[in-house]
Ligand binder design. Sequence first.
Ligand code: FMN
Length: 384
Amino acid sequence: MFGAAPFAHTQAPIASDPNAIDWSDPLYGPVSVMDFAKVAKTKLDPLAWDYLEGGSEDELTLRENVDAYSNWIIRPRMLTDVHRIDTSIELFGSKLEYPILLDPVGGKNCFHQGGEIAVSKAAANAKALHITNGGIDDLIDAGTAPTFWQVTTGGQLGSPAAMRAFVKRLEGQGCKGICFTVDIMHVSKREREMRNKLERSWCEAGLPARDGSGRLPVAKNPWRAGVWPSRPEPTPTWATLSELCSATKLPVIVKGIMTAEDGDLCVKHGAKAVMVSNHGARQLDQLGATIEALPEVVAAVNGRIPVLLDGGIRRGTDVLKALAIGAKAVCIARPYLYGLTAFGQRGVERVLQILKSELALSMGLAGVANLAAIDSKLVRRKTR
Ligand SMILES: Cc1cc2nc3c(=O)[nH]c(=O)nc-3n(C[C@H](O)[C@H](O)[C@H](O)COP(=O)(O)O)c2cc1C
């Protein structure tokens, strides 16, 4: 709950000249998500920056994910009582202070050593739901029990027995839910990584040291010979989703849905939420922005389970638009990675604080005092 003066904070130095801004200060330097991106870029090896920022092939979807929010216009309502703004929601039986979740991200050590733990701690402090995919034991040792856990192709879902054993382990460790990522059945063609000869395992361990002339060791990027590395083993199917949902009492979110048909199938196979996502435009290119896919998925799911959305959220107004179009909550990845890269745990916390403040502010200015007051009339498509 935000009080009557939600955005007041202690005095920051006044700087009308951007060159006078002290970017090194996470509180009084960057004031928006994209300010954090600027700081992050200066701190990161260019290879790691390309891994964070890049998409697949022509990166058309990457640009559209961000730009498509401007196809939607907010229709603000006046003279409603907005002196208190309540951004809280109920999700999977828990109350969240605000509808912004943290997406799973592989390779956080590329951006910040111990990145998974830093993000986990930041999420706990900022009371945000974090979908994690780092080492369970490391997180528990660090005192940050996992909340939602991401699974995908490979070992954990390799056989029904392996799946049941993994799920029992998650349940035993207090995990609150499972996120099944369904859009990474193949290694995609990320050309920045190919040109950079980035080896994906570096992202897990952190980049290796460069030699005296600034070169990295020869990489084993799966695409390096320019040939598509197809997968030898069968990939998960809808039957896998049914098995997963019946193997656990934990709620299963399906991440990576872009069509009405698949949204409906998620419900029919036992999912407890569907996430409209195109993997931050890192998998198949040319499939359009997630915000454009949201209406058809919302219509097909028809209120049976919550619909979440990620991709391109950079402002509180983006969150507001997604909620108006029918998302129950949104997830972010690059925004918190910018914070993590720039300032570690504090940066992640600050990015979350900025986004939730922007959301509350835009709700206050649009005449909606709580999330239940947000509906499809709050937005319209821009006419050209
Ligand atoms: C560096 C990076 C690594 C990612 N790794 C994963 C992953 O391991 N599993 C997954 O489901 N999604 C992964 N994603 C996709 C995000 O979870 C999310 O769907 C997407 O990035 C959201 O868009 P945004 O970055 O514009 O917020 C990754 C994204 C980035 C930027």
